[in-house]
Design a protein around this ligand. Structure first.
Ligand SMILES: *Cc1c(COP(=O)(O)O)cnc(C)c1O
Length: 462
């Protein structure tokens, strides 16, 4: 299996290369050269398997020679050994054909663990003796999930930047209470954009003598791990199902599209956004134009440019890399792109969309608690509200909403909507009490470069 760039100018890579590269060097994203067919026997064959084994079968369709079948099984088993629910992505019925798929049973209580725990194993496998410094900026869930996935890996040093005093206490503690010596949290006295700008500048012009990498959401292996639960949900439900996906960077919902493209019976994908509705505007009216980010109670979806959307556009435009490069170049420069009627019609074969207001998300949290006795987090509420607004494509098709975070991760919003403070799971309680380790630094590129150089020096001395 080879991976090509959506912008057509970067070298084709194998799975290992695409995993370690992240972004393609022409500014595009790596996609498989062709969509593989799903595993032999389809959902009937997957149904009896433990989750990790189903994951290995599905990933095998895309990894080529990069990892053996046994290696995949071992890595997925290890990745999910720490999840508190043995089903990893269990389905919970709400009644009337509605289901929640709970993706928050990993160490940091958000769905990003499902992909990053596997990515950590892949890095360990692919790096061998090489040393890599992973540099990231986070305003929330990705940073903690990455730190928990990479903590203790001897080949990797993690340097994670967050804006000092501007992430929630839960999110900060999930990062700063990790004691592994390869994890370094830098709290910059600036905002998230400063952190991101500094990461980009350092990655673009890396210091000599050390390899630098990223674990951002455009990594193909992360998407591949997320393809699995669309398959296992259809297998469990015994046929076609519709999915409503709380969306920010278009990664999770694109994984659903990959599952459908492989032949999984994914009947409809609902792109659920909060007030940051660029994707809803794009899919409903063809208006893909960047606005200002408005803060909401679902911060992991407070995004105006959805990096992975380029992967879908590439397919919708007939996999024409020249066209994608020209259009995305215009978008990068001008912040606006228009989708024509034919493109929208094609997208509508798979996708529907809805934008959910703060009031509607809160009302959905309240309703889930009062009508079903279930506490859901604000991101999941956006998904559930969109699922109800759009509905399944036909009578009798189950409607599955992805529960992307545990309610205890967003206790204030949940309590404001329901009057109930979500109980804190043990694995979170430990983090809320542990001692914190972080370094406060000015928001300057030079200061961050200084830390990286110092850590590289320590690595050599040790
Ligand atoms: C990251 C995140 C999302 C959005 O996922 P994308 O793949 O970026 O669309 C939704 N909910 C939660 C809780 C998240 O952490």
């Amino acid at each position: 299996m080879r991976y090509i760039s959506t912008r057509g100018l970067a070298p084709a890579l194998d799975f290992r290369g695409a995993t370690l590269a992240g972004l393609a060097n022409d500014g595009g994203l790596y996609v498989p050269e062709a969509w593989s067919r799903g595993p032999e026997g389809g959902i009937a064959a997957l149904r009896p398997l433990p989750y990790a084994e189903a994951a290995a079968r599905i990933a095998a369709c895309f990894v080529g020679d990069s990892v053996s079948a046994d290696g995949l099984s071992a890595d997925f088993r290890a990745a999910y050994a720490g999840f508190v629910d043995p089903h990893i992505a269990p389905l919970m019925p709400l009644g009337d054909g509605e289901w929640l798929m709970e993706l928050h049973h990993g160490p940091t209580l958000a769905f990003k663990d499902i992909a990053l725990q596997w990515l950590g194993r892949l890095f360990a496998r692919f790096l061998g003796q090489r040393q890599l410094t992973i540099l990231g900026a986070t305003s929330g869930d990705t940073g903690s999930a990455a730190i928990h996935a990479l903590a203790g890996l001897p080949q990797v040093t993690v340097v994670m930047l967050h804006p000092h005093g501007r992430v929630s206490e839960v999110q900060r503690r999930q990062m700063t209470t990790v004691t592994a010596p390869n994890v370094h949290n830098l709290a910059l006295t600036g905002d998230f954009d400063d952190c991101q700008r500094i990461v980009k500048a350092v990655l673009k012009n890396p210091p000599s003598g050390g390899e630098l990498g990223a674990v951002n959401s455009i990594n193909w292996a992360r998407l591949l791990a997320q393809v699995v639960y669309y398959w296992t949900a259809c297998a469990r439900l015994g046929g076609p199902a519709a999915f409503s996906v709380p969306t920010g960077n278009f990664g999770d919902v694109f994984a659903g599209y990959v599952a459908a493209s492989m032949g999984a019976p994914v009947a409809r994908l609902i792109v659920a956004t909060n007030g940051n509705d660029i994707l809803h505007r794009a899919l409903s009216a063809g208006d893909y134009s960047r606005g200002a980010v408005v803060p909401t109670t679902s911060p992991s979806m407070d995004i105006q440019v959805s990096s992975n959307f380029e992967r879908l556009l590439f397919d919708l435009w007939g996999r024409d890399a020249d066209c994608t490069r020209a259009e995305m170049g215009d978008f990068d420069a001008g912040g606006r792109l228009t989708l024509d009627a034919a493109t929208l019609r094609q997208a509508s074969q798979h996708f529907a969309s809805a934008a959910v207001s703060e009031a509607e998300a809160a009302e959905t949290m309240r309703g889930a608690w009062h009508d079903h006795g279930v506490l859901i987090d604000p991101h999941t509420a956006v998904g559930l509200a969109a699922a109800r607004r759009v509905g399944p494509p036909g009578p009798g098709v189950p409607m599955v909403t992805l529960a992307t975070a545990h309610p205890a991760k967003f206790p204030e919003a949940v309590r404001a909507a329901t009057g109930v403070k979500p109980p804190i799971p043990d694995r979170l309680a430990a983090m809320l009490e542990g001692e914190e380790r972080m370094t406060v630094l000015p928001a300057s590129e030079a200061a961050v470069r200084g830390v990286i150089a110092e850590l590289a020096g320590l690595g050599r001395a040790a």
